[in-house]
Design a protein. Structure first.
Length: 151
């Protein structure tokens, strides 16, 4: 069974094939192509994406639909083709759509709904996709009561 060291979770055992693969890496992290999804039961729906290459790199995410119930993808051209999805793919059982979270020095948390991480759950390939329209913000500030519910 493979293992991955993590600054946040210690050494994690996982099954080969559990990881999400980003063929082109993530913006700003082109060499980071494989991440292990980590759930902490007390923190669901948070999902951590732990780098398999860099123990100190772990992204915190939330499903986009946990923030906006009717969240829709609006891909540009062939954005989703590289991970085996059609241009009309939408979040659901076969398409995981995650908003990356960032945390301010003042304690605020915000989700990037404009550029979600989209994962084809059939082949576990992913991409960070910049939406073709501006209906969703880059900084969707989480309200304190929403933060308390997920943290």
């Amino acid at each position: 069974m493979p293992k991955v060291p993590s600054r946040n979770f210690g050494v994690i055992d996982y099954n080969s094939g559990d990881e999400f693969v980003f063929p082109d890496g993530l913006p700003g992290f082109p060499g980071e192509t494989s991440f292990l999804p980590v759930e902490v039961p007390e923190q669901i729906p948070l999902l951590y994406l732990q780098s398999l290459a860099t123990p100190d790199l772990c992204f915190v995410t939330l499903p986009a639909r946990s923030l906006v119930a009717d969240y829709k993808l609006s891909p540009e051209g062939e954005d989703l083709a590289g991970i085996g999805l059609g241009e009309n793919a939408q979040p659901g059982m076969e398409v995981l759509c995650l908003a990356l979270l960032c945390f301010g020095e003042d304690g605020t948390a915000a989700a990037n709904l404009r550029a979600p991480v989209v994962i084809n759950m059939k082949n576990r390939l992913g991409i960070q996709m910049i939406q073709s329209d501006d209906r969703y913000p880059i900084r969707f500030v989480l309200e304190p009561e929403r933060e308390a519910a997920v943290c």
